[in-house]
Design a protein around this ligand. Structure first.
Ligand code: SF4
Ligand code: SF4
Length: 277
């Protein structure tokens, strides 16, 4: 490959990635933020570069969460990301550059994640690959999609010129995610942008939604005002609407401004309370 970065980027974009970035495996060691067993070169010692690909979540669907529509969208993106990683790995292997990949999720149950996180973190990888910065909600906030994007990573023995880590902080510390989280799982901190994350509280929510078959929650990604996708779907006063949603619906489940989201939520899942059909 004469220009591996350009060639790989083109390949990924043509295959359906929305974002692509390159992080040298050495960045994990230089930064020292990730425990050694979770670093790419520990997981596969041949790793020189981690190629991170992102695919967007579509805002009007994310806004219906928790819903079957959101669940299906989440599944589609996860599957597409895993396929992308598999395809890119074979593409690189076929050109003599030994590579492997780490699937999108890498766990079998919420009980397993409650005990310990996945063996590799794509959010940190995407940050090291220059795709965005980590926001108060612990998600990667990207200029194009805010946190409404999911990632997968390919580990390759190929040395690729790295992308710089993004300097400009994307999180505006508005605390909308904090105020909208139904479990108070995000706790702001004065000394840094990334909040403390109450993992068990978030997992409680995930388990409730899994029982209702409308997992995942994703409210903290829905309400984040960051991301150019908001310009594509402009909505006046949307943050106010997010902030008032829970209280308004508790008072009036038929409130007009939430009717379309509630319509979606009431269909397709075996939840007696929301089954309006
Ligand atoms: S996914 Fe839901 S419960 Fe978890 S932190 Fe985000 S808003 Fe809170
Ligand atoms: S909602 Fe506001 S505070 Fe939360 S991650 Fe987005 S910009 Fe940061």
């Amino acid at each position: 490959m004469n220009d591996p970065a350009a060639e790989i980027r083109r390949y990924c974009l043509e295959k359906g990635a929305d974002l692509v970035g390159f992080a040298p495996a050495s960045r994990w060691d230089e930064r020292g933020e990730v425990p050694p067993p979770y670093r790419p070169a520990s997981i596969w010692p041949g790793t020189r570069t981690v190629i991170v690909m992102g695919m967007a979540m579509i805002l009007p669907i994310v806004e219906t969460t928790p819903s079957v529509l959101h669940l299906e969208h989440y599944r589609i993106v996860n599957r597409r990301l895993d396929e992308l990683a598999y395809d890119l790995t074979r593409f690189l292997n076929g050109r003599g550059h030994a590579s492997t990949f780490f699937v999108r999720d890498g766990y079998t149950s919420l009980r397993a994640v409650r005990r310990r996180p996945a063996a590799f973190g794509h959010v940190r990888a995407a940050y090291y690959a220059g795709l965005g910065t980590v926001g108060m909600n612990s998600c990667l906030l990207t200029p194009r999609f805010g946190p409404r994007v999911r990632f997968v990573s390919v580990f390759t023995s190929l040395e690729i010129p790295p992308d710089p880590v993004m300097e400009k902080e994307q999180c505006i510390r508005c605390e909308t995610c904090v105020r909208c989280c139904p479990k108070e799982a995000i706790v702001p901190r004065k000394d840094r942008v990334v909040g403390d994350f109450r993992r068990d509280a978030c997992m409680d929510m995930a388990e409730e939604l899994t029982r209702r078959r409308v997992y995942p929650c994703g409210i903290c990604t829905k309400v984040c005002p960051v991301g150019a996708d908001r310009k594509l779907y402009p909505q006046r006063g949307i943050v106010k609407r997010y902030l008032a949603e829970r209280e308004t619906l508790a008072r009036d489940p038929e409130a007009g401004e939430y009717r379309s989201w509630e319509h979606i939520r009431r269909h397709g899942a075996p939840d007696g309370e929301r089954d309006g059909a």
